[in-house]
Design a protein. Structure first.
Length: 306
Protein backbone atom coordinates (compact mmCIF):
# COMPACT_ATOMS: atom_id res chain seq x y z
CA UNK A 1 0.00 0.00 0.00
CA UNK A 2 1.32 3.46 -0.90
CA UNK A 3 2.14 5.63 2.09
CA UNK A 4 0.45 9.00 2.39
CA UNK A 5 2.74 12.02 2.37
CA UNK A 6 2.08 12.39 6.10
CA UNK A 7 3.23 8.82 6.79
CA UNK A 8 6.34 9.35 4.73
CA UNK A 9 7.18 12.62 6.45
CA UNK A 10 6.85 10.94 9.84
CA UNK A 11 9.58 8.56 8.79
CA UNK A 12 12.01 11.32 8.07
CA UNK A 13 11.67 11.85 4.31
CA UNK A 14 12.89 15.24 3.12
CA UNK A 15 10.33 18.01 2.81
CA UNK A 16 9.71 19.59 -0.54
CA UNK A 17 9.87 23.05 1.08
CA UNK A 18 13.29 24.65 1.36
CA UNK A 19 14.26 25.78 4.85
CA UNK A 20 14.34 29.48 3.98
CA UNK A 21 10.86 29.22 2.46
CA UNK A 22 9.19 27.67 5.49
CA UNK A 23 8.67 31.05 7.07
CA UNK A 24 5.97 32.26 4.68
CA UNK A 25 2.33 31.22 4.45
CA UNK A 26 2.09 32.33 0.84
CA UNK A 27 4.99 30.12 -0.22
CA UNK A 28 3.90 27.09 1.81
CA UNK A 29 0.39 27.39 0.34
CA UNK A 30 1.78 27.86 -3.18
CA UNK A 31 0.86 31.53 -3.64
CA UNK A 32 2.84 34.52 -4.83
CA UNK A 33 5.55 35.37 -2.30
CA UNK A 34 5.17 38.52 -0.21
CA UNK A 35 8.07 40.79 0.56
CA UNK A 36 8.48 42.95 3.65
CA UNK A 37 11.35 45.36 3.01
CA UNK A 38 14.30 45.34 5.39
CA UNK A 39 14.08 49.10 5.63
CA UNK A 40 10.99 50.09 7.61
CA UNK A 41 9.27 53.40 8.10
CA UNK A 42 9.87 55.42 11.26
CA UNK A 43 7.34 55.00 14.08
CA UNK A 44 4.42 57.40 13.79
CA UNK A 45 2.45 59.26 16.42
CA UNK A 46 3.21 60.02 20.05
CA UNK A 47 1.28 57.18 21.58
CA UNK A 48 2.61 53.64 21.91
CA UNK A 49 0.82 50.89 20.05
CA UNK A 50 -0.36 48.41 22.69
CA UNK A 51 -0.49 44.81 21.49
CA UNK A 52 -1.79 41.83 23.47
CA UNK A 53 -0.42 38.38 22.69
CA UNK A 54 -3.43 36.20 23.44
CA UNK A 55 -4.58 32.60 23.31
CA UNK A 56 -6.42 30.81 26.12
CA UNK A 57 -4.40 27.69 25.31
CA UNK A 58 -1.02 27.32 27.02
CA UNK A 59 2.15 26.31 25.24
CA UNK A 60 1.32 27.89 21.88
CA UNK A 61 4.18 30.39 21.81
CA UNK A 62 2.71 33.50 23.47
CA UNK A 63 5.68 34.17 25.72
CA UNK A 64 8.21 33.28 23.02
CA UNK A 65 6.43 35.62 20.61
CA UNK A 66 6.30 38.49 23.11
CA UNK A 67 10.04 38.31 23.85
CA UNK A 68 11.21 37.79 20.28
CA UNK A 69 8.80 40.14 18.54
CA UNK A 70 9.76 42.73 21.15
CA UNK A 71 13.46 42.19 20.54
CA UNK A 72 12.95 42.38 16.76
CA UNK A 73 11.01 45.64 17.06
CA UNK A 74 13.76 47.03 19.29
CA UNK A 75 16.35 46.05 16.65
CA UNK A 76 14.34 48.19 14.23
CA UNK A 77 14.82 51.16 16.53
CA UNK A 78 11.50 50.99 18.35
CA UNK A 79 11.27 51.78 22.06
CA UNK A 80 9.63 48.62 23.37
CA UNK A 81 8.04 47.71 26.70
CA UNK A 82 7.07 44.11 27.53
CA UNK A 83 4.60 43.26 30.28
CA UNK A 84 4.49 39.81 31.86
CA UNK A 85 0.78 39.35 32.54
CA UNK A 86 0.89 35.63 33.29
CA UNK A 87 1.05 34.08 36.79
CA UNK A 88 3.61 31.56 35.56
CA UNK A 89 5.92 34.53 35.01
CA UNK A 90 7.66 32.55 32.29
CA UNK A 91 8.53 35.71 30.38
CA UNK A 92 10.18 37.09 33.48
CA UNK A 93 12.31 33.94 33.83
CA UNK A 94 12.83 33.87 30.02
CA UNK A 95 14.42 37.28 30.37
CA UNK A 96 16.83 35.96 32.96
CA UNK A 97 15.17 36.97 36.25
CA UNK A 98 15.54 34.23 38.86
CA UNK A 99 12.77 32.56 40.85
CA UNK A 100 13.60 34.27 44.14
CA UNK A 101 13.37 37.71 42.55
CA UNK A 102 9.98 36.83 41.02
CA UNK A 103 8.59 36.03 44.48
CA UNK A 104 9.01 39.64 45.54
CA UNK A 105 5.65 41.39 44.98
CA UNK A 106 7.06 44.88 45.04
CA UNK A 107 8.12 45.98 41.60
CA UNK A 108 5.86 43.55 39.72
CA UNK A 109 2.75 44.17 37.64
CA UNK A 110 0.77 42.47 40.44
CA UNK A 111 1.95 45.14 42.84
CA UNK A 112 0.78 47.85 40.40
CA UNK A 113 -2.65 46.23 40.01
CA UNK A 114 -3.05 46.26 43.77
CA UNK A 115 -2.01 49.86 44.14
CA UNK A 116 -3.17 51.88 41.15
CA UNK A 117 -1.60 55.03 42.60
CA UNK A 118 1.90 53.54 42.53
CA UNK A 119 4.20 55.05 39.87
CA UNK A 120 4.64 52.56 37.03
CA UNK A 121 8.10 53.95 36.24
CA UNK A 122 9.49 52.49 39.45
CA UNK A 123 8.79 48.94 38.19
CA UNK A 124 10.29 49.23 34.70
CA UNK A 125 13.39 47.07 34.22
CA UNK A 126 15.95 47.01 31.40
CA UNK A 127 16.46 43.84 29.38
CA UNK A 128 19.72 42.78 27.73
CA UNK A 129 18.31 44.11 24.44
CA UNK A 130 18.97 47.83 23.92
CA UNK A 131 15.67 49.70 23.65
CA UNK A 132 13.60 46.91 25.24
CA UNK A 133 12.28 47.33 28.80
CA UNK A 134 9.96 45.13 30.78
CA UNK A 135 7.67 44.92 33.78
CA UNK A 136 7.92 41.61 35.53
CA UNK A 137 5.13 39.23 36.44
CA UNK A 138 4.28 37.55 39.72
CA UNK A 139 2.88 34.17 40.73
CA UNK A 140 0.01 35.87 42.63
CA UNK A 141 -1.46 37.02 39.30
CA UNK A 142 -3.13 33.58 39.46
CA UNK A 143 -5.51 35.01 42.07
CA UNK A 144 -6.56 38.02 39.97
CA UNK A 145 -10.08 36.77 39.15
CA UNK A 146 -11.10 36.42 42.80
CA UNK A 147 -9.02 39.36 44.08
CA UNK A 148 -10.72 41.84 41.75
CA UNK A 149 -14.15 40.15 41.48
CA UNK A 150 -16.02 42.99 43.16
CA UNK A 151 -13.73 45.84 42.09
CA UNK A 152 -15.40 48.71 40.24
CA UNK A 153 -14.18 49.20 36.66
CA UNK A 154 -11.88 46.22 37.12
CA UNK A 155 -11.27 45.86 33.37
CA UNK A 156 -9.71 49.34 33.20
CA UNK A 157 -6.84 48.75 35.66
CA UNK A 158 -4.05 48.06 33.15
CA UNK A 159 -5.10 50.95 30.92
CA UNK A 160 -4.80 53.23 33.95
CA UNK A 161 -1.38 51.81 34.88
CA UNK A 162 0.00 52.41 31.36
CA UNK A 163 -1.45 55.89 30.85
CA UNK A 164 1.52 57.84 32.33
CA UNK A 165 4.08 56.12 30.06
CA UNK A 166 2.05 55.68 26.89
CA UNK A 167 4.03 58.42 25.11
CA UNK A 168 7.39 57.02 26.16
CA UNK A 169 7.30 53.86 24.01
CA UNK A 170 6.54 52.96 20.40
CA UNK A 171 5.24 49.47 21.13
CA UNK A 172 3.98 47.87 24.35
CA UNK A 173 3.54 44.09 24.18
CA UNK A 174 1.51 42.21 26.78
CA UNK A 175 2.23 38.52 27.35
CA UNK A 176 -1.19 37.22 28.44
CA UNK A 177 -2.04 34.26 30.64
CA UNK A 178 -3.64 31.15 29.13
CA UNK A 179 -7.16 32.13 30.16
CA UNK A 180 -9.73 34.67 29.10
CA UNK A 181 -10.33 35.97 32.64
CA UNK A 182 -9.83 39.33 34.37
CA UNK A 183 -6.20 39.74 33.33
CA UNK A 184 -6.76 39.07 29.65
CA UNK A 185 -9.84 41.32 29.64
CA UNK A 186 -7.64 44.05 31.16
CA UNK A 187 -4.98 43.48 28.49
CA UNK A 188 -7.54 43.63 25.68
CA UNK A 189 -9.12 46.74 27.14
CA UNK A 190 -5.74 48.49 27.22
CA UNK A 191 -4.77 47.33 23.70
CA UNK A 192 -4.97 48.62 20.17
CA UNK A 193 -4.43 45.20 18.67
CA UNK A 194 -4.12 41.49 19.29
CA UNK A 195 -1.82 38.81 17.95
CA UNK A 196 -3.02 35.24 18.39
CA UNK A 197 -0.16 32.74 18.27
CA UNK A 198 -1.36 29.33 17.22
CA UNK A 199 0.55 26.10 17.31
CA UNK A 200 0.30 24.26 13.99
CA UNK A 201 -1.71 21.39 15.50
CA UNK A 202 -5.26 20.46 14.60
CA UNK A 203 -6.72 20.84 18.12
CA UNK A 204 -5.36 24.37 18.35
CA UNK A 205 -7.65 25.44 15.49
CA UNK A 206 -10.70 24.46 17.55
CA UNK A 207 -9.82 27.03 20.23
CA UNK A 208 -9.58 29.96 17.83
CA UNK A 209 -13.33 30.61 17.82
CA UNK A 210 -13.29 31.20 21.56
CA UNK A 211 -10.52 33.80 21.33
CA UNK A 212 -12.13 35.66 18.46
CA UNK A 213 -15.55 35.65 20.23
CA UNK A 214 -13.98 37.09 23.39
CA UNK A 215 -12.35 39.82 21.32
CA UNK A 216 -15.70 40.61 19.66
CA UNK A 217 -17.28 40.97 23.12
CA UNK A 218 -14.56 43.38 24.27
CA UNK A 219 -15.00 45.42 21.09
CA UNK A 220 -18.77 45.60 21.61
CA UNK A 221 -18.64 46.39 25.34
CA UNK A 222 -15.47 48.28 26.22
CA UNK A 223 -12.87 48.89 23.53
CA UNK A 224 -14.41 49.60 20.10
CA UNK A 225 -11.12 50.24 18.34
CA UNK A 226 -9.46 46.94 19.28
CA UNK A 227 -8.28 45.11 16.16
CA UNK A 228 -6.98 41.62 15.51
CA UNK A 229 -3.60 42.19 13.87
CA UNK A 230 -3.33 38.56 13.00
CA UNK A 231 -3.09 34.88 13.78
CA UNK A 232 0.52 33.75 13.95
CA UNK A 233 1.29 30.14 13.02
CA UNK A 234 3.96 28.90 15.42
CA UNK A 235 5.91 25.65 15.82
CA UNK A 236 5.54 24.97 12.11
CA UNK A 237 7.22 21.72 11.18
CA UNK A 238 8.06 21.66 7.52
CA UNK A 239 8.75 17.94 7.68
CA UNK A 240 5.11 17.08 8.35
CA UNK A 241 2.15 17.39 6.03
CA UNK A 242 0.11 18.03 9.18
CA UNK A 243 1.62 21.50 9.75
CA UNK A 244 0.78 22.47 6.18
CA UNK A 245 -2.75 21.07 6.48
CA UNK A 246 -3.36 23.07 9.65
CA UNK A 247 -2.03 26.20 7.95
CA UNK A 248 -4.41 25.67 5.00
CA UNK A 249 -7.27 25.10 7.45
CA UNK A 250 -6.68 28.39 9.32
CA UNK A 251 -6.21 30.19 6.03
CA UNK A 252 -9.59 28.85 4.89
CA UNK A 253 -11.36 29.81 8.12
CA UNK A 254 -9.66 33.16 8.75
CA UNK A 255 -8.29 34.25 5.36
CA UNK A 256 -7.67 37.88 6.28
CA UNK A 257 -6.24 37.13 9.70
CA UNK A 258 -3.54 34.56 9.08
CA UNK A 259 -0.19 36.35 9.06
CA UNK A 260 2.20 35.59 6.24
CA UNK A 261 5.10 35.03 8.62
CA UNK A 262 5.37 31.55 10.07
CA UNK A 263 7.51 30.63 13.06
CA UNK A 264 9.35 27.32 12.55
CA UNK A 265 9.56 24.62 15.21
CA UNK A 266 13.06 24.39 16.61
CA UNK A 267 14.67 23.49 19.94
CA UNK A 268 16.65 26.71 19.76
CA UNK A 269 13.67 28.47 21.37
CA UNK A 270 13.79 26.29 24.48
CA UNK A 271 17.56 26.66 24.57
CA UNK A 272 17.36 30.44 24.40
CA UNK A 273 14.76 30.47 27.21
CA UNK A 274 17.14 28.50 29.42
CA UNK A 275 19.82 31.09 28.71
CA UNK A 276 17.36 33.90 29.56
CA UNK A 277 17.72 35.70 26.24
CA UNK A 278 15.75 36.27 23.04
CA UNK A 279 16.59 34.03 20.09
CA UNK A 280 17.59 37.15 18.17
CA UNK A 281 20.54 37.37 20.57
CA UNK A 282 21.09 33.68 21.37
CA UNK A 283 21.07 32.46 17.75
CA UNK A 284 21.06 35.74 15.93
CA UNK A 285 21.51 34.45 12.38
CA UNK A 286 19.19 31.42 12.71
CA UNK A 287 16.09 30.97 10.55
CA UNK A 288 14.04 31.13 13.76
CA UNK A 289 15.44 34.54 14.73
CA UNK A 290 14.86 35.78 11.20
CA UNK A 291 11.25 34.60 11.31
CA UNK A 292 10.56 36.92 14.26
CA UNK A 293 12.39 39.77 12.52
CA UNK A 294 10.17 39.20 9.49
CA UNK A 295 7.11 39.21 11.76
CA UNK A 296 8.14 42.64 13.09
CA UNK A 297 8.47 43.99 9.54
CA UNK A 298 5.17 42.42 8.48
CA UNK A 299 3.36 44.00 11.42
CA UNK A 300 4.85 47.41 10.73
CA UNK A 301 3.94 47.19 7.06
CA UNK A 302 0.38 46.08 7.91
CA UNK A 303 0.03 49.04 10.24
CA UNK A 304 -0.03 46.77 13.30
CA UNK A 305 3.12 47.53 15.27
CA UNK A 306 4.23 51.15 15.36
P1 LIG B 1 2.86 30.02 25.94
O1 LIG B 1 3.37 31.32 26.44
O2 LIG B 1 1.75 30.16 24.94
O3 LIG B 1 2.49 29.09 27.05
P2 LIG B 1 5.61 29.50 25.24
O4 LIG B 1 6.06 30.62 24.41
O5 LIG B 1 6.02 29.49 26.68
O6 LIG B 1 4.04 29.31 25.12
O7 LIG B 1 6.11 28.16 24.53
C1 LIG B 1 5.88 26.89 25.13
C2 LIG B 1 7.13 26.03 24.98
O8 LIG B 1 7.40 25.81 23.61
C3 LIG B 1 8.39 26.68 25.53
O9 LIG B 1 9.20 25.67 26.07
C4 LIG B 1 9.06 27.29 24.33
O10 LIG B 1 10.46 27.37 24.46
C5 LIG B 1 8.66 26.32 23.23
N1 LIG B 1 8.50 26.99 21.94
C6 LIG B 1 7.91 28.17 21.67
N2 LIG B 1 7.93 28.44 20.35
C7 LIG B 1 8.55 27.38 19.77
C8 LIG B 1 8.89 27.05 18.42
N3 LIG B 1 8.59 27.85 17.39
N4 LIG B 1 9.54 25.88 18.22
C9 LIG B 1 9.84 25.04 19.23
N5 LIG B 1 9.56 25.30 20.51
C10 LIG B 1 8.92 26.45 20.79
MG1 LIG C 1 3.38 32.04 28.39
Amino acid sequence: MAKSSQDISRFGAKSTIAEEDQSSTSIVLGRKALDFPLKVKAPSGDKARVISIVNQKGGVGKTTTTINLGASLAELGRRVLLIDFDSQASMTSGLGINQVAIQEQYGSIWHLLNDLNEDVRGTILKTSVPGMDFIRGHYDLAGADSRFASEIAKELMLRKILAPIINEYDDILIDCSPSLGTLTVNALTASDGVIIPMECEFFAVLGLDLVTKTIEKIVAAINPHLEVYGILATMFDRKTAHSREVLALIDGQFPKLLLDTIIPRTVRFSESTVKGMPITTFASSSAAANSYRRLARELISRGGAN
